[in-house]
Design a binder for this molecule. Sequence first.
Ligand SMILES: Nc1ncnc2c1ncn2[C@@H]1O[C@H](COP(=O)(O)OP(=O)(O)O)[C@@H](O)[C@H]1O
Ligand SMILES: [Mg+2]
Length: 475
Amino acid sequence: MTVLLAVVFTVVAWLTTFQLREYMQGGLDDKLHGAAMASLNGPGGGPAGDGGGLGHPHGGSGAVTVVLNADGSVRYSGIDSFNSQSLTGAEITALEATPVSGEASTVDLPTLGEYRVLSMPPGPEGPGAGRAIVGLPESTVTGPIDNLIATEAVLGVAAMFLVGFAGFALVRVSLRPLDRVAATAARIAKEPLDRGEVGRLARVPTVDTDPRTESGLVGAALNRMIDHVSAALEARHASETRVRQFVADASHELRTPLASIKGYAELTRRSKETVPPDTAYALGRVESEATRMTALVEDLLLLARLDAGRELDREPVDLAPLVVDAVRDAHAAVPDHKWEVRLPDDPEAGAEVTGDEHRLHQVLVNLLANAGKHTPPGTVVTASLAVENGHALLTVADDGPGIPPDLLPTVFERFARGDTSRARAVGSTGERSTGPGSTGLGLAIVAAVVASHGGDVRVTSVPGETVFAVRLPLA
Ligand SMILES: Nc1ncnc2c1ncn2[C@@H]1O[C@H](COP(=O)(O)OP(=O)(O)O)[C@@H](O)[C@H]1O
Ligand SMILES: [Mg+2]
């Protein structure tokens, strides 16, 4: 706006100044003509008139007159000035040099400055009449013009500042609704939309959705978009909930028949009647696979419940006895490993967290089971508990062969299992290479439980040192 104004203002100012200058110069030239005629014809060639208002404010017009005789000698010279100066020789010479054309021209006179000068040719009386050279100060034109230009410049700059500031303020005020629209968009951008149930999203306030204004149009369009996104998120949540519910129901429904299969297989195996070795073997397999499937179903059910955000218990849990118990159980289950426990030196510095004791126990059981199951006999497994800046740090470390590097990045994902040819459970009993109860869900459960307690779990693994570190916020 300011630049546009500057351009328009400059063009208008230039045009008016040019017009005025032309007009005033025309007037000056007319006056020169009159004065020259008077000097030529008047008795004795007296000084040119006052110039009818163009003259000096204190009386003299500043008009210069030189009247030459026919032989070229100066008959009269003088300045019509209030302190009646006379012309110097140099000035007379300069004036004499003006071409006799009947047209006015501008001459720079020494000490007097710029003059509009007219050199009148000899009149109709013949060459004897001599020549008259008359000049009027150019300042009668340039003065007012300079004033005009100065005024225009000052006004122009002032107008530009005014328009600049006023325009800025106006634009800011009129775009304020757009700021509010942007704020709404920014608020939504901060919401976690990627999972779970998304609550009511912010909307642009009704005042900013007036379709008669540009910002209102944007606001209304944004609201429509938020409606769409909201509906889509609700649909996604509903479908996720359905799938979870289905998995939970399916797992739940599978528990009973699995328990029956296991029960009957066990019953048959233990019956007094001798069965052929093939049948005994088959029954053993049925039993162990049923056990494996039960573990899988239990894990699936647990994960589905964790996914559904099923309410966890929120009670104080002291981690130290939990660790001791879990390691004792692991030792009993896998006696050919060395099991160690490290608790904080100061028993008073309790590592108490708020959460679900049962689930936290599950975390420890899963980590310790992995350290027992995926490592060879003789492996040293160390479970330690420490407290550091507001967090309980639970680590399970073993000096086994480690997690295969290609599995490591996805080890917490569901059904991520390694090639466990090194695992202790391989072979002899003919189980699948992943061993009994291996579901690939153990670490996924660990991650889900820890996350639902507001903590995090990390793993580092190289051959000889595998460390799972769980951080939980203290109560
Ligand atoms: N302490 C460990 N040492 C070596 N490998 C491990 C260890 N813990 C986990 N793993 C690897 O990570 C995989 C995923 O573990 P997990 O989710 O508990 O499934 P699962 O134990 O049922 O196989 C395991 O199959 C195993 O290959
Ligand atoms: Mg496991």
